[in-house]
Design a protein around this ligand. Sequence first.
Ligand SMILES: [Zn+2]
Length: 179
Amino acid sequence: MSCDLCNTPNLKTNYIIVNIYNNNRLYIGNECFKKFQLILQGASTVEESEQMRKNRNAERDNVFKLRSMYPEVVKTKKPYARHFTAFKKVLIEVLEIQGLLSCRRGKDGALRAINHLFKIEQPSEAEVQRMYDILNDVSFPLLRESLKRQKQLKEGDTFKRKGRVTHTTVSKSGIYRNH
Ligand SMILES: [Zn+2]
């Protein structure tokens, strides 16, 4: 796809200007969109349009992210806990923006979410079940802990919340030795 105004080739994203009188369409790229200060349908100012454009791009990125995570989070038996949580958060956000929170109701809803967002027409029963669990906050015992957490704690390990581990055994601690 190239820009109809300046002929820049290979546009990644494009905008369509429609002449409402004769329905003629022009495909234009990002640069021309900005240059001519066009605003998106539904926006009334350049600023509002810019915000809409950002929101749409963020949504597109989110859908892309979800699709790339789908095989692990929905199809494998034990996805990583943090991937599962991240997937769930983004999924609910996207469904909310698209007005599709009704997908949280029942297995039919789960199937619709898969059809619609992931463009998978006939998912397996297990996939639908997993999507249902994700959408309905069913606690999920099969999550794989990340490898880091499984490692034995070593002296000097730091934690985001708990701070630094200075002694791994009681025998090394000052309190123990001094008594
Ligand atoms: Zn152009």
